[in-house]
Design a binder for this molecule. Structure first.
Ligand SMILES: Nc1ncnc2c1ncn2[C@@H]1O[C@H](COP(=O)(O)OP(=O)(O)OP(=O)(O)O)[C@@H](O)[C@H]1O
Ligand SMILES: [Mg+2]
Length: 506
Protein backbone atom coordinates (compact mmCIF):
# COMPACT_ATOMS: atom_id res chain seq x y z
CA UNK A 1 0.00 0.00 0.00
CA UNK A 2 1.22 3.50 -0.79
CA UNK A 3 1.86 5.92 2.03
CA UNK A 4 -0.15 9.12 2.31
CA UNK A 5 2.70 11.04 3.87
CA UNK A 6 6.30 9.99 4.12
CA UNK A 7 9.36 11.57 5.69
CA UNK A 8 12.66 10.52 4.22
CA UNK A 9 15.90 11.23 6.08
CA UNK A 10 14.51 14.38 7.71
CA UNK A 11 16.92 16.43 9.81
CA UNK A 12 16.34 19.69 11.62
CA UNK A 13 18.75 22.10 13.20
CA UNK A 14 18.10 25.22 15.22
CA UNK A 15 21.24 27.25 14.71
CA UNK A 16 24.15 24.93 15.27
CA UNK A 17 22.08 22.41 17.21
CA UNK A 18 20.68 19.40 15.39
CA UNK A 19 17.49 18.21 17.10
CA UNK A 20 16.37 15.68 14.49
CA UNK A 21 18.76 13.48 12.54
CA UNK A 22 17.76 11.44 9.53
CA UNK A 23 14.20 10.51 10.50
CA UNK A 24 12.30 8.25 8.12
CA UNK A 25 8.65 7.52 8.72
CA UNK A 26 5.86 6.37 6.38
CA UNK A 27 2.29 7.07 7.29
CA UNK A 28 -0.36 4.76 5.84
CA UNK A 29 -3.98 5.73 5.20
CA UNK A 30 -6.26 4.38 7.90
CA UNK A 31 -3.57 3.83 10.53
CA UNK A 32 -3.09 5.33 13.94
CA UNK A 33 0.63 5.87 14.21
CA UNK A 34 1.96 6.82 17.63
CA UNK A 35 5.24 8.67 18.08
CA UNK A 36 6.79 8.31 21.50
CA UNK A 37 9.99 9.56 23.09
CA UNK A 38 11.31 11.41 26.10
CA UNK A 39 10.81 15.11 26.59
CA UNK A 40 12.95 16.87 24.05
CA UNK A 41 13.31 13.80 21.83
CA UNK A 42 12.03 15.83 18.88
CA UNK A 43 8.42 14.64 18.54
CA UNK A 44 6.79 18.05 18.26
CA UNK A 45 9.50 19.28 15.93
CA UNK A 46 8.92 16.33 13.62
CA UNK A 47 5.15 16.89 13.72
CA UNK A 48 5.63 20.56 12.86
CA UNK A 49 7.73 19.58 9.87
CA UNK A 50 5.20 17.01 8.67
CA UNK A 51 2.39 19.56 8.87
CA UNK A 52 4.21 22.41 7.16
CA UNK A 53 4.82 24.57 10.24
CA UNK A 54 8.58 24.20 9.98
CA UNK A 55 10.81 23.46 7.01
CA UNK A 56 13.26 20.59 7.46
CA UNK A 57 16.96 21.41 7.28
CA UNK A 58 17.60 18.24 5.31
CA UNK A 59 15.52 15.45 3.84
CA UNK A 60 12.40 15.11 1.78
CA UNK A 61 8.65 14.85 2.34
CA UNK A 62 6.46 12.80 0.03
CA UNK A 63 2.74 13.35 -0.24
CA UNK A 64 1.05 10.40 -1.96
CA UNK A 65 4.56 9.33 -2.95
CA UNK A 66 5.19 12.62 -4.78
CA UNK A 67 8.00 14.81 -3.48
CA UNK A 68 6.48 17.81 -1.78
CA UNK A 69 7.62 20.96 -0.04
CA UNK A 70 5.17 23.01 2.04
CA UNK A 71 5.54 26.78 2.17
CA UNK A 72 3.63 26.79 5.45
CA UNK A 73 0.79 25.25 7.43
CA UNK A 74 -1.89 26.73 5.19
CA UNK A 75 -0.53 24.87 2.20
CA UNK A 76 -0.35 21.62 4.18
CA UNK A 77 -3.90 22.21 5.39
CA UNK A 78 -5.06 22.55 1.79
CA UNK A 79 -3.67 19.07 1.23
CA UNK A 80 -5.64 17.81 4.21
CA UNK A 81 -2.81 17.70 6.75
CA UNK A 82 -3.70 19.30 10.08
CA UNK A 83 -1.89 19.58 13.39
CA UNK A 84 -3.44 19.89 16.84
CA UNK A 85 -0.66 21.67 18.71
CA UNK A 86 0.70 20.57 22.04
CA UNK A 87 0.37 24.10 23.36
CA UNK A 88 -2.94 25.89 23.43
CA UNK A 89 -2.77 28.50 20.69
CA UNK A 90 -6.12 30.23 20.67
CA UNK A 91 -7.08 33.88 20.64
CA UNK A 92 -8.38 34.42 24.17
CA UNK A 93 -10.46 37.48 23.35
CA UNK A 94 -12.37 35.76 20.58
CA UNK A 95 -15.29 33.42 20.95
CA UNK A 96 -15.19 29.68 20.42
CA UNK A 97 -16.80 30.02 16.97
CA UNK A 98 -14.45 32.83 15.98
CA UNK A 99 -11.47 30.72 16.97
CA UNK A 100 -12.73 27.72 15.07
CA UNK A 101 -12.98 29.76 11.89
CA UNK A 102 -10.11 32.19 12.41
CA UNK A 103 -8.38 32.66 9.06
CA UNK A 104 -10.95 30.52 7.30
CA UNK A 105 -14.19 32.41 7.86
CA UNK A 106 -17.29 31.28 6.01
CA UNK A 107 -18.44 34.06 3.72
CA UNK A 108 -21.67 34.72 1.96
CA UNK A 109 -21.80 37.39 -0.73
CA UNK A 110 -18.47 38.57 0.57
CA UNK A 111 -19.64 38.99 4.15
CA UNK A 112 -18.61 36.88 7.12
CA UNK A 113 -21.52 34.56 7.78
CA UNK A 114 -21.72 34.39 11.57
CA UNK A 115 -24.85 32.28 11.57
CA UNK A 116 -23.33 29.59 9.40
CA UNK A 117 -20.15 29.51 11.45
CA UNK A 118 -22.08 29.26 14.69
CA UNK A 119 -24.17 26.39 13.34
CA UNK A 120 -21.12 24.54 12.05
CA UNK A 121 -19.37 25.14 15.37
CA UNK A 122 -22.27 23.60 17.26
CA UNK A 123 -22.22 20.61 14.94
CA UNK A 124 -18.51 19.90 15.29
CA UNK A 125 -18.56 20.45 19.06
CA UNK A 126 -21.45 18.09 19.58
CA UNK A 127 -19.70 15.53 17.41
CA UNK A 128 -16.85 15.82 19.88
CA UNK A 129 -19.30 15.36 22.70
CA UNK A 130 -18.63 18.85 24.05
CA UNK A 131 -21.35 21.08 25.34
CA UNK A 132 -19.82 24.48 24.75
CA UNK A 133 -21.62 27.59 23.65
CA UNK A 134 -19.94 28.81 20.42
CA UNK A 135 -20.40 32.38 21.65
CA UNK A 136 -18.34 31.94 24.82
CA UNK A 137 -15.07 33.83 24.91
CA UNK A 138 -12.13 31.46 24.99
CA UNK A 139 -10.61 33.29 27.99
CA UNK A 140 -13.48 31.92 30.08
CA UNK A 141 -12.82 28.28 29.18
CA UNK A 142 -10.89 25.71 31.17
CA UNK A 143 -7.71 24.31 29.67
CA UNK A 144 -9.53 21.07 28.83
CA UNK A 145 -12.22 22.92 26.93
CA UNK A 146 -9.62 24.98 25.12
CA UNK A 147 -7.94 21.79 24.00
CA UNK A 148 -11.26 20.47 22.75
CA UNK A 149 -11.73 23.68 20.76
CA UNK A 150 -8.30 23.15 19.21
CA UNK A 151 -9.24 19.63 18.24
CA UNK A 152 -12.54 20.83 16.79
CA UNK A 153 -10.68 23.47 14.80
CA UNK A 154 -8.43 20.85 13.24
CA UNK A 155 -11.33 18.57 12.39
CA UNK A 156 -13.27 21.33 10.64
CA UNK A 157 -11.21 21.14 7.47
CA UNK A 158 -11.29 18.10 5.17
CA UNK A 159 -8.42 15.94 6.32
CA UNK A 160 -6.25 13.06 5.19
CA UNK A 161 -3.70 13.29 7.98
CA UNK A 162 -4.48 14.49 11.48
CA UNK A 163 -1.63 15.03 13.90
CA UNK A 164 -2.43 15.09 17.61
CA UNK A 165 0.46 16.37 19.72
CA UNK A 166 -0.37 15.19 23.25
CA UNK A 167 -4.07 15.85 23.00
CA UNK A 168 -5.01 14.07 26.19
CA UNK A 169 -2.53 15.73 28.53
CA UNK A 170 -5.23 18.15 29.68
CA UNK A 171 -8.27 15.90 29.27
CA UNK A 172 -10.05 13.73 31.82
CA UNK A 173 -10.32 9.99 31.12
CA UNK A 174 -13.91 10.48 30.02
CA UNK A 175 -13.02 13.27 27.61
CA UNK A 176 -10.07 11.26 26.37
CA UNK A 177 -12.37 8.34 25.66
CA UNK A 178 -14.57 10.48 23.42
CA UNK A 179 -11.45 11.63 21.59
CA UNK A 180 -10.49 7.98 21.04
CA UNK A 181 -13.91 7.37 19.54
CA UNK A 182 -13.23 10.16 17.09
CA UNK A 183 -9.80 8.78 16.29
CA UNK A 184 -11.27 5.35 15.61
CA UNK A 185 -13.83 6.94 13.33
CA UNK A 186 -11.09 8.80 11.46
CA UNK A 187 -9.19 5.56 11.03
CA UNK A 188 -12.29 3.83 9.68
CA UNK A 189 -12.62 6.64 7.13
CA UNK A 190 -9.09 5.99 5.93
CA UNK A 191 -7.58 9.05 7.58
CA UNK A 192 -4.04 8.62 8.86
CA UNK A 193 -3.61 9.73 12.46
CA UNK A 194 -0.31 10.65 14.05
CA UNK A 195 -0.59 10.47 17.78
CA UNK A 196 1.80 11.68 20.43
CA UNK A 197 1.35 10.79 24.05
CA UNK A 198 3.37 10.09 27.14
CA UNK A 199 0.60 7.83 28.39
CA UNK A 200 1.81 4.53 27.13
CA UNK A 201 -1.34 2.64 28.10
CA UNK A 202 -3.21 5.00 25.87
CA UNK A 203 -0.77 4.33 23.03
CA UNK A 204 -1.28 0.62 23.53
CA UNK A 205 -5.03 1.08 23.35
CA UNK A 206 -5.27 3.32 20.32
CA UNK A 207 -2.24 2.87 18.04
CA UNK A 208 -1.59 0.40 15.23
CA UNK A 209 2.11 1.19 14.99
CA UNK A 210 4.58 3.02 17.18
CA UNK A 211 7.65 4.98 16.19
CA UNK A 212 10.21 5.63 18.92
CA UNK A 213 12.50 8.66 18.92
CA UNK A 214 15.41 9.16 21.26
CA UNK A 215 17.58 12.29 21.25
CA UNK A 216 16.41 13.25 17.78
CA UNK A 217 17.15 9.85 16.31
CA UNK A 218 14.87 7.13 15.07
CA UNK A 219 15.04 4.06 17.29
CA UNK A 220 12.50 2.13 15.26
CA UNK A 221 8.93 1.60 14.14
CA UNK A 222 7.03 -1.33 15.63
CA UNK A 223 3.63 -2.95 15.27
CA UNK A 224 1.61 -2.56 18.43
CA UNK A 225 0.96 -6.31 18.53
CA UNK A 226 3.06 -7.69 21.33
CA UNK A 227 4.59 -4.33 22.26
CA UNK A 228 3.76 -3.67 25.89
CA UNK A 229 4.02 -0.27 27.61
CA UNK A 230 6.98 -1.37 29.70
CA UNK A 231 8.92 -2.24 26.54
CA UNK A 232 7.90 1.08 24.96
CA UNK A 233 9.32 2.84 28.01
CA UNK A 234 12.57 0.94 27.71
CA UNK A 235 12.91 1.83 24.03
CA UNK A 236 12.26 5.48 24.78
CA UNK A 237 14.48 5.89 27.77
CA UNK A 238 17.19 3.43 26.76
CA UNK A 239 17.20 1.73 30.16
CA UNK A 240 14.91 -0.60 32.05
CA UNK A 241 11.96 1.07 33.69
CA UNK A 242 10.48 -1.12 36.35
CA UNK A 243 9.49 1.10 39.22
CA UNK A 244 7.67 4.33 38.51
CA UNK A 245 6.62 5.28 42.02
CA UNK A 246 9.02 5.61 44.94
CA UNK A 247 8.15 4.09 48.30
CA UNK A 248 5.81 6.38 50.13
CA UNK A 249 7.64 8.16 52.91
CA UNK A 250 6.16 7.43 56.31
CA UNK A 251 3.97 10.26 57.45
CA UNK A 252 6.43 11.56 59.99
CA UNK A 253 4.17 13.55 62.24
CA UNK A 254 0.66 14.52 63.13
CA UNK A 255 1.68 18.13 63.16
CA UNK A 256 -0.80 20.11 61.11
CA UNK A 257 0.98 22.83 59.16
CA UNK A 258 -1.95 24.12 57.18
CA UNK A 259 -5.56 24.09 58.17
CA UNK A 260 -8.31 25.31 55.90
CA UNK A 261 -11.87 25.75 57.11
CA UNK A 262 -14.98 26.54 55.15
CA UNK A 263 -13.16 28.08 52.30
CA UNK A 264 -15.17 29.43 49.39
CA UNK A 265 -14.08 30.79 46.03
CA UNK A 266 -17.13 32.49 44.54
CA UNK A 267 -18.42 30.60 41.53
CA UNK A 268 -16.09 27.63 42.00
CA UNK A 269 -15.69 26.30 45.52
CA UNK A 270 -17.76 26.17 48.68
CA UNK A 271 -17.28 24.77 52.17
CA UNK A 272 -13.84 23.32 51.57
CA UNK A 273 -12.08 22.20 54.74
CA UNK A 274 -8.95 20.12 55.17
CA UNK A 275 -5.74 19.76 57.16
CA UNK A 276 -2.29 19.24 55.75
CA UNK A 277 0.40 17.63 57.87
CA UNK A 278 4.15 17.88 57.96
CA UNK A 279 5.78 15.22 55.81
CA UNK A 280 2.53 14.40 54.08
CA UNK A 281 1.70 14.05 50.41
CA UNK A 282 -1.95 14.96 50.13
CA UNK A 283 -3.68 14.33 46.81
CA UNK A 284 -6.57 16.25 45.33
CA UNK A 285 -8.54 14.29 42.79
CA UNK A 286 -11.69 14.96 40.86
CA UNK A 287 -12.82 15.80 37.39
CA UNK A 288 -11.45 18.79 35.56
CA UNK A 289 -13.70 21.67 36.53
CA UNK A 290 -14.41 20.30 40.02
CA UNK A 291 -12.77 23.34 41.57
CA UNK A 292 -9.42 21.92 42.67
CA UNK A 293 -7.33 24.50 40.84
CA UNK A 294 -9.56 27.35 41.95
CA UNK A 295 -9.46 26.19 45.58
CA UNK A 296 -5.69 26.48 45.67
CA UNK A 297 -5.61 29.65 43.62
CA UNK A 298 -7.94 31.05 46.25
CA UNK A 299 -5.76 29.76 49.04
CA UNK A 300 -2.56 31.38 47.78
CA UNK A 301 -4.30 34.64 46.97
CA UNK A 302 -4.57 34.41 43.20
CA UNK A 303 -8.36 34.56 43.51
CA UNK A 304 -10.68 36.12 46.04
CA UNK A 305 -11.78 33.67 48.67
CA UNK A 306 -13.45 33.54 52.06
CA UNK A 307 -13.00 31.18 54.96
CA UNK A 308 -10.17 30.64 57.38
CA UNK A 309 -6.61 29.56 56.72
CA UNK A 310 -4.28 28.68 59.56
CA UNK A 311 -0.58 28.31 58.87
CA UNK A 312 1.48 26.78 61.68
CA UNK A 313 -1.26 27.70 64.10
CA UNK A 314 -1.57 31.31 63.03
CA UNK A 315 -4.45 32.71 61.00
CA UNK A 316 -3.29 34.04 57.64
CA UNK A 317 -4.74 35.50 54.48
CA UNK A 318 -2.83 36.01 51.26
CA UNK A 319 -3.68 38.75 48.83
CA UNK A 320 -1.34 37.72 46.07
CA UNK A 321 0.94 34.85 45.18
CA UNK A 322 3.97 36.67 46.55
CA UNK A 323 2.48 36.82 50.05
CA UNK A 324 2.02 33.10 50.05
CA UNK A 325 5.54 32.57 48.78
CA UNK A 326 6.97 34.79 51.50
CA UNK A 327 5.07 32.66 54.02
CA UNK A 328 6.76 29.52 52.68
CA UNK A 329 4.09 28.22 50.34
CA UNK A 330 5.23 27.39 46.81
CA UNK A 331 2.46 27.06 44.30
CA UNK A 332 3.07 25.52 40.88
CA UNK A 333 0.29 26.34 38.50
CA UNK A 334 -1.12 23.77 36.09
CA UNK A 335 -0.76 26.30 33.33
CA UNK A 336 2.99 26.72 33.02
CA UNK A 337 2.62 28.85 29.95
CA UNK A 338 0.20 31.40 31.38
CA UNK A 339 1.27 31.69 34.98
CA UNK A 340 4.48 29.80 35.47
CA UNK A 341 7.24 30.81 33.11
CA UNK A 342 8.27 33.84 31.12
CA UNK A 343 8.64 32.09 27.80
CA UNK A 344 10.47 34.97 26.14
CA UNK A 345 13.14 35.05 28.84
CA UNK A 346 16.13 32.81 29.25
CA UNK A 347 16.46 29.98 31.73
CA UNK A 348 18.48 31.94 34.26
CA UNK A 349 15.98 34.78 34.52
CA UNK A 350 13.13 32.34 34.93
CA UNK A 351 14.91 30.24 37.50
CA UNK A 352 15.75 33.01 39.92
CA UNK A 353 12.67 35.16 39.46
CA UNK A 354 10.84 34.05 42.59
CA UNK A 355 13.92 34.29 44.79
CA UNK A 356 15.53 37.39 43.33
CA UNK A 357 16.36 38.90 46.71
CA UNK A 358 18.83 36.07 47.22
CA UNK A 359 20.66 37.14 44.09
CA UNK A 360 20.72 40.88 44.54
CA UNK A 361 23.46 42.99 45.95
CA UNK A 362 22.12 46.46 46.43
CA UNK A 363 20.38 47.27 43.20
CA UNK A 364 22.49 44.78 41.23
CA UNK A 365 21.68 41.21 40.40
CA UNK A 366 24.59 38.85 40.93
CA UNK A 367 24.51 37.10 37.57
CA UNK A 368 27.49 34.91 38.37
CA UNK A 369 25.65 33.51 41.35
CA UNK A 370 22.57 33.09 39.18
CA UNK A 371 24.58 31.19 36.59
CA UNK A 372 25.99 28.88 39.25
CA UNK A 373 22.46 28.23 40.50
CA UNK A 374 21.38 27.44 36.97
CA UNK A 375 24.19 24.89 36.72
CA UNK A 376 22.96 23.19 39.87
CA UNK A 377 19.34 23.24 38.72
CA UNK A 378 20.20 21.79 35.33
CA UNK A 379 22.07 18.99 37.07
CA UNK A 380 19.64 18.30 39.93
CA UNK A 381 16.53 18.42 37.83
CA UNK A 382 18.09 16.94 34.72
CA UNK A 383 16.88 19.84 32.57
CA UNK A 384 17.72 18.99 28.97
CA UNK A 385 18.65 22.35 27.51
CA UNK A 386 20.76 22.12 24.43
CA UNK A 387 22.04 25.64 24.96
CA UNK A 388 22.28 27.49 28.24
CA UNK A 389 21.16 30.77 26.76
CA UNK A 390 17.99 29.44 25.19
CA UNK A 391 14.60 30.90 26.01
CA UNK A 392 12.28 29.07 28.36
CA UNK A 393 9.79 28.85 25.49
CA UNK A 394 12.29 26.86 23.44
CA UNK A 395 12.53 24.09 26.02
CA UNK A 396 10.41 21.05 25.35
CA UNK A 397 7.25 20.79 27.45
CA UNK A 398 8.59 18.42 30.07
CA UNK A 399 11.75 20.40 30.51
CA UNK A 400 9.70 23.54 31.12
CA UNK A 401 8.04 21.66 33.95
CA UNK A 402 11.42 20.76 35.44
CA UNK A 403 12.56 24.37 35.21
CA UNK A 404 9.42 25.43 37.05
CA UNK A 405 10.09 22.91 39.83
CA UNK A 406 13.65 24.13 40.16
CA UNK A 407 12.42 27.72 40.31
CA UNK A 408 9.96 27.04 43.11
CA UNK A 409 12.45 25.08 45.16
CA UNK A 410 14.75 28.08 45.34
CA UNK A 411 12.37 29.71 47.79
CA UNK A 412 12.83 26.75 50.19
CA UNK A 413 9.12 26.30 50.80
CA UNK A 414 7.58 24.58 53.80
CA UNK A 415 4.51 23.72 51.77
CA UNK A 416 4.55 22.82 48.09
CA UNK A 417 1.34 22.80 46.08
CA UNK A 418 1.72 21.26 42.63
CA UNK A 419 -1.12 21.31 40.14
CA UNK A 420 -0.76 18.49 37.58
CA UNK A 421 2.93 17.80 38.30
CA UNK A 422 3.54 15.50 35.36
CA UNK A 423 1.29 16.82 32.67
CA UNK A 424 3.05 16.30 29.36
CA UNK A 425 6.04 14.71 31.05
CA UNK A 426 7.77 11.58 29.76
CA UNK A 427 7.92 8.43 31.83
CA UNK A 428 11.59 8.78 32.77
CA UNK A 429 11.03 12.35 33.91
CA UNK A 430 7.88 11.33 35.71
CA UNK A 431 9.88 8.91 37.77
CA UNK A 432 12.28 11.75 38.62
CA UNK A 433 9.47 14.11 39.59
CA UNK A 434 7.83 11.47 41.78
CA UNK A 435 11.11 10.78 43.53
CA UNK A 436 11.52 14.49 44.00
CA UNK A 437 8.04 14.89 45.52
CA UNK A 438 8.67 11.97 47.86
CA UNK A 439 11.95 13.53 48.93
CA UNK A 440 10.20 16.80 49.73
CA UNK A 441 7.92 14.93 52.10
CA UNK A 442 10.84 13.04 53.59
CA UNK A 443 12.53 16.36 54.33
CA UNK A 444 9.48 17.28 56.37
CA UNK A 445 7.81 19.55 53.90
CA UNK A 446 4.12 19.13 53.19
CA UNK A 447 3.03 18.53 49.63
CA UNK A 448 -0.31 18.92 47.90
CA UNK A 449 -0.60 17.15 44.57
CA UNK A 450 -3.55 18.04 42.37
CA UNK A 451 -3.84 15.47 39.63
CA UNK A 452 -6.27 14.12 37.10
CA UNK A 453 -4.21 10.98 36.72
CA UNK A 454 -5.64 8.62 39.23
CA UNK A 455 -2.69 6.24 39.09
CA UNK A 456 -0.48 9.13 40.10
CA UNK A 457 -2.61 9.95 43.13
CA UNK A 458 -2.70 6.30 44.14
CA UNK A 459 1.00 5.70 43.58
CA UNK A 460 2.20 8.86 45.26
CA UNK A 461 -0.13 10.15 47.95
CA UNK A 462 -0.76 9.28 51.58
CA UNK A 463 -4.41 10.16 51.21
CA UNK A 464 -6.58 11.74 48.57
CA UNK A 465 -9.38 14.26 48.89
CA UNK A 466 -11.78 14.16 46.00
CA UNK A 467 -13.69 17.21 44.83
CA UNK A 468 -16.95 17.27 42.99
CA UNK A 469 -18.89 20.35 41.86
CA UNK A 470 -16.86 22.72 43.99
CA UNK A 471 -17.03 20.71 47.19
CA UNK A 472 -14.81 18.20 48.90
CA UNK A 473 -16.87 15.09 48.26
CA UNK A 474 -14.82 12.83 50.46
CA UNK A 475 -11.48 11.38 51.45
CA UNK A 476 -9.81 8.14 50.45
CA UNK A 477 -7.30 6.85 52.99
CA UNK A 478 -4.07 5.13 52.11
CA UNK A 479 -5.40 1.60 52.53
CA UNK A 480 -8.43 2.24 50.35
CA UNK A 481 -6.80 4.06 47.46
CA UNK A 482 -8.19 2.74 44.18
CA UNK A 483 -9.42 4.19 40.92
CA UNK A 484 -12.92 3.08 41.68
CA UNK A 485 -12.94 4.80 45.06
CA UNK A 486 -11.74 8.07 43.49
CA UNK A 487 -14.12 7.91 40.54
CA UNK A 488 -16.99 7.15 42.84
CA UNK A 489 -16.38 10.29 44.86
CA UNK A 490 -15.60 12.37 41.77
CA UNK A 491 -18.76 11.46 39.90
CA UNK A 492 -21.09 9.84 42.38
CA UNK A 493 -21.10 6.71 40.25
CA UNK A 494 -18.80 3.73 39.96
CA UNK A 495 -16.22 3.71 37.21
CA UNK A 496 -17.73 1.24 34.76
CA UNK A 497 -21.03 2.95 34.97
CA UNK A 498 -19.36 6.35 34.48
CA UNK A 499 -17.69 5.08 31.30
CA UNK A 500 -21.02 3.76 30.05
CA UNK A 501 -22.69 7.06 30.66
CA UNK A 502 -19.86 8.90 28.91
CA UNK A 503 -20.11 6.56 25.94
CA UNK A 504 -23.83 7.24 25.74
CA UNK A 505 -24.78 3.61 26.33
CA UNK A 506 -27.14 4.51 29.11
N1 LIG B 1 12.79 27.12 18.23
C1 LIG B 1 13.71 26.37 18.83
N2 LIG B 1 14.96 26.81 19.02
C2 LIG B 1 15.89 26.04 19.62
N3 LIG B 1 15.69 24.79 20.06
C3 LIG B 1 14.45 24.28 19.91
C4 LIG B 1 13.40 25.04 19.30
N4 LIG B 1 12.29 24.26 19.28
C5 LIG B 1 12.63 23.09 19.86
N5 LIG B 1 13.96 23.09 20.23
C6 LIG B 1 14.68 21.98 20.85
O1 LIG B 1 14.49 20.83 20.05
C7 LIG B 1 14.46 19.66 20.87
C8 LIG B 1 13.23 18.85 20.54
O2 LIG B 1 12.09 19.53 21.03
P1 LIG B 1 10.62 19.01 20.83
O3 LIG B 1 9.70 20.08 21.31
O4 LIG B 1 10.45 18.53 19.43
O5 LIG B 1 10.58 17.77 21.82
P2 LIG B 1 9.38 16.79 22.19
O6 LIG B 1 9.83 15.42 21.85
O7 LIG B 1 8.14 17.27 21.57
O8 LIG B 1 9.33 16.93 23.78
P3 LIG B 1 8.07 16.98 24.82
O9 LIG B 1 7.68 15.57 25.09
O10 LIG B 1 8.65 17.59 26.05
O11 LIG B 1 6.99 17.80 24.20
C9 LIG B 1 14.52 20.14 22.31
O12 LIG B 1 15.84 20.01 22.75
C10 LIG B 1 14.13 21.60 22.21
O13 LIG B 1 14.69 22.33 23.26
MG1 LIG C 1 6.41 18.06 22.32
Amino acid sequence: MASVLRADQISKSFGPIEVLSGITLALMPGEVHAVIGENGAGKSTLMRILSGHLPPTKGTLYLNEQERRFSGPVEAEHEGIVLVHQEILLAEDLTVAQNLFLGREIRRYGFVDDGAMRAKSRAILSELGVTLDPDTEVRRLSIADRQLVQIARALLVPHKVVVFDEPTAVLTPVEAESLFEIIRRLRAQGVAVLYISHRLNEVKAIADRVTVLRDGRLIGTHDIEGLEPIEMARLMVGRDMSKLYPDKPETASDQVVLSVRDMAVPGYVEHASFDLKRGEILGFGGLIGAGRTELFEGLVGLRTSTGSITLNGKPVRFTDGRDAMAAGIAYLSEDRKGKGLLLQQNLRVNLTLAALDRFSRGSFVDTAKEEATLDTAIRDFDIRARQRDMLAGQLSGGNQQKLLLAKMMLIEPQIVIIDEPTRGVDIGTKEQIYRFIASLAEEGRAVVVISSEMQELIGLCHRVLVMRNGRVAGEVGRADLSEDAIVFLATGVHEERAAEIAAGHV
